[in-house]
Design a binder for this molecule. Structure first.
Ligand code: LLP
Length: 381
């Protein structure tokens, strides 16, 4: 929902641009604080949006950082996240990235294969240091989400499968430069059915018990992120129901008293505070449809083209009561450059402002320079 002062500002700003509404971000952070027990460690997944100004606000709310590249670790360090609150995951960390993170003594590496454990051990040894590692486990739990953003199934490339556990334990005994401190899980993204997290808890309990039986009581259990947002109604559900989410873990995760729980949330924190604001360039009558052609495209928000994702589209400057259906498309030379088909909007004119909502997560970070598009500015208010 945009207030008059937003519209005044937007009218005088070159489009397209990303708009981040800090009131939504701050309400979200307050809701997390209220819902999460004090002993839960929440890490913000930088991959969703790594804008320094937003990172600073999230850090000030007390969250840690979940990174998936050396540059994300660097961004977290540079925006003031304490080293002992930075975790680093990823199925293919390069030596350069590992070395950077070792130099900054980050809290933990989430390691995804036996081979990676061996390399990590060697690189830590070269620096005469020890790396804290958690094993990223593939729990084989269905997240009931889009197949491109499901990660916790055996067929996915992520994590270590249970049939490898014995071999991992044997290998760890030979790797003196690693401190084995935890288990890490992440089953997918945009998960709205909390049953998936309940099923995850059951698997975590089993796997945790397996390690305890082998003599490993691991102090840190990281259950990943993945909590979804409501793309259909970004105003009614601007803040996610964190209470129900954390309640699942309170109720179903059975850990030992000394075990601490970690989360890695991205989209649920940053998704709803962002919109992509653009202007209508042209209107065109197709055979069965009308096209509204925007100055923003899949280069600024690729989710609809890549995952057939729904984002609410609003004409925020039109005052017309009459509505018309449009295929809302961008200027890029690809047929998939379409934000929505048959979208009902007030009758639309050249120059009208169009907001594509819920673009805070996986919008700006996934933008590209394809067609040599300009890199966009963002407006933070
Ligand atoms: N932890 C790990 C290990 C992850 O792989 C991810 C996301 C997260 C945490 C944060 O997940 P979130 O809470 O944001 O769901 N580009 C896709 C989403 C890819 C998610 C990748 N991993 C999209 O636009 O839907």
């Amino acid at each position: 929902m945009f207030a008059n002062h937003h519209l005044e500002l937007f009218k005088n700003t070159e489009t397209p641009f990303y708009f981040y509404d800090l009131s939504v971000l701050n309400s979200t952070l307050a809701a997390i604080k209220k819902a999460a027990p004090a002993e839960y460690h929440i890490h913000y997944a930088l991959k969703a949006n790594a804008h320094p100004a937003l990172l600073k606000i999230i850090r000030e709310a007390g969250l840690g950082a979940d990174c998936v590249s050396g540059n994300e670790v660097k961004r977290a360090v540079e925006t003031g996240y304490p080293n002992n609150k930075i975790v680093f995951a990823g199925v293919g960390k390069s030596d350069k990235e590992i070395n950077y993170a070792l130099d900054h003594s980050i809290f933990c590496f989430n390691v995804e294969s036996i081979h990676e454990l061996q390399v990590m051990n060697q690189l830590a040894g070269n620096k005469n240091t020890k790396a804290n590692v958690a094993l990223r486990i593939n729990p084989n739990v269905d997240a009931y989400t889009h197949k491109y953003i499901t990660t916790g199934l055996e067929e996915n490339k992520f994590g270590i499968n249970p049939y490898e556990f014995d071999a991992v334990i044997e290998e760890l005994k030979k790797l003196p430069n690693l401190n084995f401190i935890g288990l890490h899980f992440h089953i997918g993204s945009q998960i709205n059915d909390l049953t998936a997290f309940k099923n995850l808890c059951a698997r975590v309990n089993e796997i945790n018990q397996w390690f305890i039986n082998k003599g490993y009581l691991l102090p840190h259990i990281n259950v990943g992120g993945g909590l979804g947002i409501n793309y259909k109604e970004p105003d009614v559900h601007a803040v996610v129901d964190f209470e129900s989410y954390f309640n699942v873990f309170k109720q179903f995760l059975s850990l030992q008293p000394k075990q601490e729980v970690h989360f890695e949330l991205g989209r649920a924190i940053i998704g709803q505070c962002g919109s992509l604001i653009s202007r209508v360039l042209y209107l065109k009558h197709g055979i069965n449809t009308n096209f509204a052609i925007l100055d923003a495209g899949m280069t600024e928000l690729i989710r609809p083209a890549l995952y057939q994702a729904y984002h609410k589209i609003e004409n925020i400057s039109a005052s017309n009561k009459k509505t018309v259906k449009y295929d809302v498309v961008g200027p890029i030379c690809e047929s998939s450059d379409c934000f929505g088909k048959s979208v009902e909007l007030p009758e639309t004119n050249r120059g009208d402002l169009i907001a594509i909502r819920s673009a805070g997560a996986y919008g700006e970070v996934m933008s590209s320079r394809y067609n040599l598009r300009d890199q966009l500015n963002s407006v933070i208010l």
